[in-house]
Ligand binder design. Sequence first.
Ligand SMILES: C[S@@+](CC[C@H](N)C(=O)[O-])C[C@H]1O[C@@H](n2cnc3c(N)ncnc32)[C@H](O)[C@@H]1O
Length: 208
Amino acid sequence: MKQHAHHQHGHHHNGHHGGPGFANAKEWAKVFDDPARDEWQRPNEVIAALGLTSNMTVADLGAGTGYFSVRLARALPDGAVIATDVEPDMVTHLQQRAAEAGLTNLRAQRATPASAGLAPRSVDRVLIVNVWHHIDDRVSYARDLAASLKPGGRIVVVDYRKDAADGPPPEMRLEPQRIIDEFQAAGLVALQHSTQLPRQYIVEAREP
Ligand SMILES: C[S@@+](CC[C@H](N)C(=O)[O-])C[C@H]1O[C@@H](n2cnc3c(N)ncnc32)[C@H](O)[C@@H]1O
């Protein structure tokens, strides 16, 4: 289990910067879309924390194989999901998954490590699950994200607590306060959300 956990987050050998560590979507789907994940990931609680209305546009950054993207698309029958990833194979997998599930409101697009590639004032929510610790220049990235928010928009980051039994290597994990500071340095107001997940915290940021 521990060994599997280490592998689970793509930090083994080379996964740190979204490089070849996440290249094979079909393999990662077994991990990311493992039904046992629901028990600790609590996707419904995460989605509830986003405060959605059915016509919103939500970006799922570093969407991977689409664990959250498909759930978001179902929660937004009158809205849209933009799922991004730096890995071309993840983007292809996301497109196939959307087509197979008949989710016409889910679109996948490639991001670069330094930019999500979202248009200015185009999204109501940005969800970033288990990805923030992979980003290099996070303050500059946060500034870029702030520009992509529509009025009233929010950015929601879900990542691992230092004391969580499972997750990325402890040295890669970020304290929630550090993420809050990064968003504040980017000119946003940020706070920790009251929802506590078994292994993760939720940080929320918005324009002042
Ligand atoms: C641990 S997986 C999480 C996937 C998904 N969010 C989930 O919760 O199932 C991290 C994903 O982030 C992607 N990634 C890493 N750095 C990224 C960046 N700068 N921008 C977008 N995606 C990135 C990786 O390719 C990988 O698919």
